[in-house]
Ligand binder design. Sequence first.
Ligand SMILES: NC(=O)c1ccc[n+]([C@@H]2O[C@H](COP(=O)([O-])OP(=O)(O)OC[C@H]3O[C@@H](n4cnc5c(N)ncnc54)[C@H](OP(=O)(O)O)[C@@H]3O)[C@@H](O)[C@H]2O)c1
Length: 299
Amino acid sequence: MNPALSKFMLKSTPKSILNPQPEMNTAIPLNTGATIPALGLGTWQSAPGEVKKAVVHAIESGYRHIDCAFCYQNEDEVGEALQDVISRGIVKREDLFITSKLWCTFHTRAEEGLQKSLDMLKTPYVDLYLMHWPVPMNPKGKSNVFRQDENKTNKSAGNHPLFPKHEDGSRDIDTSITHQDTWKNLEKLIQSHPDKVKAIGVANYSVKYMEKLLKIATIVPAVNQIENHPLCPQQEVVDFCKEKGIHITAYSPLGSTGSPLFKDEGVNEVAKKHSVGPAVVLLSYHRKSHPPNSSDPRY
Ligand SMILES: NC(=O)c1ccc[n+]([C@@H]2O[C@H](COP(=O)([O-])OP(=O)(O)OC[C@H]3O[C@@H](n4cnc5c(N)ncnc54)[C@H](OP(=O)(O)O)[C@@H]3O)[C@@H](O)[C@H]2O)c1
């Protein structure tokens, strides 16, 4: 890490945020009037058979914000976990903040994408529905084929339903619509189904994309979920969204799988000084909401 940044973190990290536990459900206001809990559990790459246990454990430990997506192909198991904790009276649905995301091959089918996620999550509504990427992709893959290796496209089964490619291996982008059209589809969705979606937002938006979106938006996105950690600060889009009242959620806040940040000298120096682990320091870097990911109950 940049030594200046490390020095800054060491000096400026207040004691109160070095222990995120009491602050994990700090309610951060969204531009919709609702709030989002500061810390969430991410579910990407959580293996089948593990994600249910992880979500149940997280909710029993106090997490109230779960970050999901159709593309993660495990929303059915997350749904089992939600059903389990709700049926045992650990939480009520309204105590939870559930995010899901519209996948790229569903940009022309927002209502269908949402309904699939709701059915799998076994919930009547999501608190936040994000456009996962501003990239519409060919929607004509065979939609009942899941958990398929994206490199092993089965030609007889049609193009891949989640990661369609052309014959030459390039991504099969749907050029008949733009991400602004998709946003319009999401606006229609929340207007016609306010009982099923409480807020809409985007993910992976740069300033350039956000400017294009805001030109046509009648609803300003509630959230932009972007990669954000000390090696990927993306300050320009963070500042832009702050100015527009768009909440930034930091994904991969620990630096994602195999993160070099756990071995970073600066992070470890701060951690040692405060007798905490490097993950606590990395989470303290944010004053936004962030869904870290772990299937290990210790975390
Ligand atoms: N919107 C998007 O496009 C997008 C993209 C990426 C991610 N996300 C969201 O953000 C969530 C988190 O992102 P991420 O999974 O990429 O990265 P992350 O949370 O930054 O890092 C996860 C990795 O850190 C490890 N880890 C967790 N706690 C640890 C600890 N205390 N000490 C050491 N290692 C620890 C985990 O290993 P173990 O599991 O072995 O503990 C896992 O390998 C995702 O689950 C997803 O919900 C969104």
